[in-house]
Write a new protein. Structure first.
Length: 272
């Protein structure tokens, strides 16, 4: 049944974000035409439009997943959703998984857009990029750049961190929306939804920030490697360091809130 819910959720939510991807594809094609024909103004205008498309795409995706969650569960469609012969946990799981997927895809789309913008800038600048590389060599900054293996590890860590942050965002938002639609608060669901989100996220983020610097659980980053060290972030000896405690704490709280959200959906939500 979860598979059917996921399929339906994907089809329904795809309608609200498909225009973003179509627009990005059209602008990318426009930029490549400018690169092939070497018409500078096409690349410049296309890069500006593509940048705006990337930013707007991420924002629209975030708004879309929140709106879809609210409208399909707590507005006029809510009664139909809750009368389906499935558990609330399955409803919630399908929405969380699809929301995380769309948000990650919006980030990937933004990354592709920025890559194309960079390619166009390099093609426009022609020989200036090699000049920058010569400056790095002469100043000795080239030796400070991380190796290929280090970059791969950093990329894996970055992707994992982004997944945790997206899950954290979804967990806090869905909890706030669900709490705002309980009998006590549903007269002003949007107001209470915003208040609950900023209150819970603000308090948890403040605690997470302290844990980031205080817990002996950090990544130590050098030009040649990335190591997990059991010392506080400010005591790590690498070129850069990143405390993992806060991120992990926020993600664990978000997962807990999702379980609590499922229970509230099952027992406390008042369907309009």
């Amino acid at each position: 049944m979860l598979g059917k819910l996921l399929k339906h959720e994907l089809k329904q939510s795809a309608r609200s974000v498909s225009l973003i991807y179509a627009s990005a594809a059209a602008v990318i094609a426009f930029i490549f035409i400018g690169m092939l024909t070497k018409i500078t103004w096409i690349g410049v205008v296309g890069s500006i439009v593509l940048y705006l498309t990337a930013v707007i795409g991420v924002v629209m995706t975030l708004v879309s997943v929140i709106r879809n969650f609210y409208e399909t569960l707590y507005s006029n469609q809510g009664y139909l959703s809750f009368t389906l012969p499935v558990k609330c946990a399955s409803l919630l799981s399908s929405k969380v998984l699809v929301s995380v997927l769309w948000i990650i895809l919006s980030f990937l789309l933004a990354a592709v857009c920025f890559l194309v913008i960079g390619m166009n800038a390099k093609a426009t600048a022609e020989g200036s990029m090699s000049g920058i590389w010569d400056i790095l060599e002469m100043s000795g900054l080239k030796e400070m750049l991380p190796t290929g293996a280090t970059l791969v590890k950093l990329a894996v860590i970055f992707v994992g961190t982004v997944l945790l942050l997206v899950l954290t965002f979804v967990g806090f938002v869905y909890f706030a929306v669900t709490m705002a639609n309980t009998r006590l608060l549903q007269k002003h669901p949007k107001l209470f939804g915003f208040l609950i989100f900023f209150l819970t996220y603000g308090v948890t983020n403040a605690i997470g920030t302290k844990l980031t610097y205080s817990l002996p659980f950090s990544l130590e980053i050098t030009t040649t490697d990335v190591n997990l060290v059991f010392v506080a972030m400010d005591k790590a000896e690498g070129m850069l360091s990143y405390g993992l405690g806060g991120t992990i704490f926020m993600a664990l709280v978000a997962v807990g809130l999702l379980f609590l959200t499922g229970w509230i959906m099952e027992h406390k939500v008042n369907i309009k």
